[in-house]
Design a protein around this ligand. Structure first.
Ligand SMILES: Nc1ncnc2c1ncn2[C@@H]1O[C@H](COP(=O)(O)OP(=O)(O)OP(=O)(O)O)[C@@H](O)[C@H]1O
Length: 318
């Protein structure tokens, strides 16, 4: 388990991480989100022992990062921001060096390097020097060094940054495959990434932890969660609104767009945790509305993120 206890960091008089605490168990992938400058990288640097906290600590698999730093760091794989990798070394040479400092030797070391190269899709560039690699490949080399010792705990600062969509997909799959026996923290700006990969999400803003929940519960905080969006072929949107508004399970109805005789509307139910698609369909049928498409809104993570971090307003107020 990773236990983060009251981590706090000042740079001069500026408090950039403010009393953050949480736990991550094996099998969990924790997404770390927040606006630029929220304090994500600084928190990760304290968890991995790169920065000394101003207060608080982190305990990695029972080893305190301050009191038992070497033992804690042996258990961690860390992918820092911006993939710092020695530019003059070949990919193979660099990973061999990393395996050596992680304590591997002889054929075991060679095996670990080869396996990691394969796992991180680096075979085609393994004899190239790092300074001749594209950004995506450099990122993968840095990712490779973080897993070369098969650590129990992985801290990944924007692991898919700079990768193309196919590579992003591969890296996400790799992270998911590894997650069974590891506890993983990853920071990302990409909300779909958090949704696709993470079992839990923490949002920090101005150095403070503002939310710790599952991605699906986060969606439920969206103003549109549970609403039903319809495209209809009809010339009378106002008539539609007053007809649907009368239903006792409807809180409000909003016309989203009009296009000739077609329009798009969103129906907000009284209780957004209760599925109402069947009621919408019955109401359309009873009132002879011609429905061209219908969808139930799961909730918008970008809206939740903007609302929680104070950078925006809900998509739609009821
Ligand atoms: N070494 C440092 N010295 C002084 N200030 C720093 C240092 N490192 C970070 N900061 C400041 O601390 C704050 C938090 O930075 P941090 O890099 O942790 O944010 P972040 O959430 O990771 O941002 P981003 O999403 O842009 O990577 C910022 O205001 C940053 O300028």
């Amino acid at each position: 388990m990773i236990e983060v206890k009251n981590l706090t960091k000042y740079f001069g008089v500026k408090k950039v991480v403010d009393d953050i605490s949480f736990k991550v168990n094996k099998g969990e992938i924790l997404g770390f989100l927040g606006p630029n400058g929220a304090g994500k990288s600084t928190t990760m640097r304290m968890i991995t022992g790169f920065f000394a906290p101003s207060a608080g600590t982190a305990v990695i698999g029972g080893s305190d990062i301050l009191e038992d730093s070497i033992s804690a760091r042996k258990k961690i794989g860390y992918l820092p921001e911006n993939a710092p990798v020695y530019p003059d070394m070949t990919v193979w040479g660099y990973l061999d060096f990393c395996a050596q400092i992680r304590g591997f030797s002889g054929t075991n070391r060679k095996k670990r390097v080869e396996e990691t190269i394969e796992k991180c899709f680096l075979s085609e560039v393994k004899f190239q020097t790092v300074n001749t690699l594209s950004k995506g490949f450099k990122q993968r080399v840095c990712f490779a060094q973080s897993i070369i010792h098969d650590p129990e705990y992985l801290i990944l600062d924007e692991p898919t940054d700079g990768l193309d969509p196919n590579q992003k997909h591969e890296v996400r799959l790799m992270i998911q495959r590894m997650s069974m026996e590891k506890a993983i923290i990853l920071s990302t700006h990409i909300l779909e990434e958090m949704d696709a990969v993470c079992t839990r999400a923490i949002i920090i803003a101005n150095g403070q932890l503002v939310i710790d929940d599952t991605p699906s519960n986060l969606r439920k905080k969206s103003a549109v969660h549970g609403a039903v969006t319809l495209s209809l072929h009809n010339h009378d949107p106002e008539g539609f609104v007053s007809c649907i508004q009368e239903q006792d399970w409807v809180s409000s109805v909003k016309i989203l767009e009009k296009n000739g005789n077609d329009f798009k509307a969103r129906i907000f139910p009284e209780n957004n945790d209760e599925p109402v698609a069947d009621k919408v369909i019955s109401a359309m049928f009873a009132n002879n509305y011609e429905v061209k498409s219908i969808s139930v809104e799961q909730g918008r993570l970008d809206e939740v993120f903007r609302t929680i971090t104070g950078t925006g307003h809900p998509l739609s107020a009821k």
